[in-house]
Design a protein around this ligand. Sequence first.
Ligand code: ADP
Ligand code: MG
Length: 696
Amino acid sequence: MPAAADRDALGRPVTTLPGVGERQAQRLAQLGVHTVQDLLLHLPLRYEDRSRVRRLGELRPGEQALITGTVEITEVARGRRARLLCRITDGTGALTLVFFHFHANQQRRLARGIRIRCFGEVREGPSGLQMIHPEVDVGGSDAEGGDGLLPVYPATQGLNQTGLRRLVDRAVALLQAVQPEDLLPDDLRAAEQLPTFTEAVLTLHRPPDDSSVARLEGPEEPARRRLIIEELLAHHLTLRRQRHHLRDRAAAPVLRGNGRLVSAFRESLSFALTGAQDRVDRETAADMARRAPMLRLIQGDVGSGKTVIAALAALRSVESGLQTAIMAPTELLGEQHYRNFRDWLAPLGVTVTWLSGRLPPAERRQVLRLLADGDIDIVVGTHALFQENVVFSRLGLVVVDEQHRFGVHQRLALREKGQTEQAQPHQLIMTATPIPRTLAMTAYADLDVSVIDELPPGRTPVKTVAVPDTRRDEVVEAVANACADDRQAYWVCTLIEESDTLQAQAAAETAERLREALPHLRIDLVHGRLKAADKDAVMCAFAAGERDLLVATTVIEVGVDVPNASLMVIENPERLGLAQLHQLRGRVGRGTTASSCVLLYRAPLTDAARARLSVLRESGDGFEIARRDLAIRGPGELLGTRQTGAWQLRVADLVRDSELIPTVQQAADRLLQHHPHVADRLIDRWVGEAAQYGRV
Ligand code: ADP
Ligand code: MG
């Protein structure tokens, strides 16, 4: 290849490689391979050790081996299924090659006395060791030397290992011709003792004969580590660049306000803000007073008091004459926010309204008109707020509550809402699913993060116990006792089925049985199949203390706030994830009374389920629980499945490689400052088209 091969050659479509046509390109696309670079990053899943020729006498069933031998006899065995059997020896032992699919001329080619070389899996056969359909090289090299370590790639229909290896060979040849300048900063490479990109790619695709397969396949291999760091860096840079892009594209309105509503509201509250709330509120206020759009994530454990922060931010927007949209993940939570905001803010003369997908058309049209005319200050709603044709007259702030329920796409799409050529709203995102710091730094590199790391005073930790189903009567009695004390209780029914109907049915049956067992209690039922108005009525009655026991499905998981409720029973907790259980449990312990949570499990528990429930018994700290959940389930679950869709990492693994993230972050800072064009090329190499996902 001429030395003149240009630097951009690696970013070109695979069809620029010799011998790659449209059909081949389509197959490669199935594997996510579009450019030459993609092909270089299509790394082997594992390696076959063909580094030396094995003696037949030393082979064991189950291993894959490269062998050579002399054909003793080749014959077609008739039976239920005809097959070609070829017996070979090498002086140390014998082995039979078995072919169920064969041509007549194959029998001729494998004539007695011919030397052959094969690779395949050794099995125990009826007459000693055998290999079924091995790769065969007739009259091939008689050399004792091996064929090295052979990469095995993720393959697809119409494109097998041989084909892929040939294609990768061409890409590798081009890489060697291009000799691209290395994109990682020299000092980082030196500090981490990393090979260059070219060296790393060569090592992984064409490993030296003396490499160890185990090492090559592991994350410690310097070549792999090099690519892991590069990939993490590229993703981190993508989010950072999106954030800059967003901030540069349009200025946000300066929402400094005059403090009138803010101080009136703070005075009207029956409590003082905690130190942590105060700090986060100041961080938010400072952001909103700038011309750059705020992009802030507030992480705070369940019950840490995030709603007040949202209300304060909304008031600053109202004081400056702009509107606020508050988006909740469920109707139930949205309605609760609506009631909260209305009760808090209407006395201050602020107009608050509710917009859900379920409003009657006439009412909905009315709300839309008021919003467009600017006659509404704060609108609370579900995602209907953003999916449909809602027009704001002057949107200043968007609040997204419990963002872990929304995927990254929805979050990013939200940013587009209310954005005009000149202005884009500030954004406040709130989550009760705290994610470990290193993971947050990567997953939310496009956001500033505030943490409410303090609970309001006077909260007593929720005492959590696990009780087998066989002791159900005792649990029912505990409910009776709590309610006799003027406390309220939740009884949560879980089902694995996603079906609202089945969940509702199970909850209804449970409610029926509890009504029989506890006839003197006022028992109500809430589930996803209820009409919004009915659900609202039930929740209101429960919140007002007019009900003792609320039987519910997991619809009450997020955000529901009734401080007088002090007991929660969760049936079949073994079916839920830790983060979800922690959320559920957060519905109690919100007042000053000692609260408890009963995990009413169905015995026997698996070891894993037992381990998970004990995490919950031992810890009330959402961060700790999230950390353990992460270790058990991986980041996909924690960040939401849609999030992982945008995170198709090729070599890196956010959990396994999380200790590298601080290094990556520092490198990103330096690159963005000193070599922004290198950052672009890294993003291009690893994220490419997907970098567009921020602009859905
Ligand atoms: P979350 O962070 O889970 O959304 P909420 O905002 O629903 O929590 O607050 C939980 C409860 O704590 C609510 O009843 C709220 O009014 C109350 N609360 C919030 N801040 C304080 C505080 N500083 N002191 C006492 N109670 C508070
Ligand atoms: Mg909340």
